[in-house]
Ligand binder design. Structure first.
Ligand code: 13P
Length: 249
């Protein structure tokens, strides 16, 4: 990933049926198949990865998973491995989303193992970090996020694609966002931690901002230094909302 090319990734979360692929087709038509100004990815539920990958084949839109198991295969009922996502046509996978950290008690150690699994399978992990409101109010945002970055990243990224997504938990789905200064401060801290942890090999990996990114705030957020793209939830479900965010990059 070149630092200058932003990555706009949509996270559909637990939304989307086969009929929702009309949105992807609309997006593909609107973007055209020529060279794009930024990278665009959509992460649908696992049930749609293969169909979405088929719908965007030959075009510029990349497809990703929302989570993976750390293991390749085995007796893990309900689990989906990074290799399975790759086989279904994914090129990326989100790991460590705060909803998984909260709902499934995922630790930094587990997130790091999942990121490793993604690299092993040839997927680019998007490693999510972010503080809670309580941590933000206690003045601990930078410290918490730095700790998550130090402990959640894969061990090596040599020659591999990856991204970090800063998603303050209190900004997800709430319509609230940090100030641009707050976003910049955390992104700078993340960059420093990435370089400390992985060396200069990580200097070109984008740091995405996520949490209530909408058509009306995308341009300002994407112009913040060290913001290398966005991870978009609700506004990625409809092409009409996602397109203006892509165009703002
Ligand atoms: P919203 O854009 O809906 O706030 O969700 C952000 C998010 O969690 C993306 O992973």
């Amino acid at each position: 990933m070149k630092q200058s090319v932003k990555l706009i990734a949509g996270n559909w979360k637990m939304n989307g049926l086969g009929a929702s692929l009309v949105e992807v087709e609309a997006l593909r038509r609107a973007l055209g198949d020529g060279p794009a100004a930024c990278r665009v990815a959509l992460c649908p539920p696992a049930t749609l990865v293969e169909r979405m990958a088929a719908a965007v084949r030959g075009g510029a839109i990349e497809v990703g998973g929302q989570d993976c198991r750390a293991e390749i295969s085995g007796a893990h009922t309900g689990g989906v491995s990074a290799e399975m996502l790759k086989d279904a046509g994914a090129g990326l996978v989100i790991v460590g989303h705060s909803e998984r950290r909260q709902e499934f008690g995922e630790s930094d150690l587990l997130v790091s193992a999942k990121a490793e699994a993604a690299v092993r399978a040839g997927l680019a992990p998007i490693v999510c970090v972010g503080e809670t409101l309580q941590q933000r109010e206690a003045g601990q945002a930078v410290e918490v996020v730095r700790g998550q970055v130090m402990n959640s990243l894969p061990h090596a990224v040599t020659g591999r694609d990856f991204a970090v997504a800063y998603e303050p938990v209190w900004a997800i789905g709430t319509g609230l966002t940090p100030t641009l200064e707050q976003i910049e401060a955390v992104h700078r801290a993340i960059r420093a931690a990435m370089i400390e942890r992985l060396g200069l090999a990580s200097a070109a990996a984008p740091i995405l901002y996520g949490g209530s990114v909408k058509p009306d705030n995308a341009r300002d957020i994407l112009a913040v230094p060290e913001v290398g793209g966005a991870l978009v939830g609700g506004a990625s479900l409809k092409a009409a909302d996602f397109l203006p965010i892509i165009r703002a990059a």
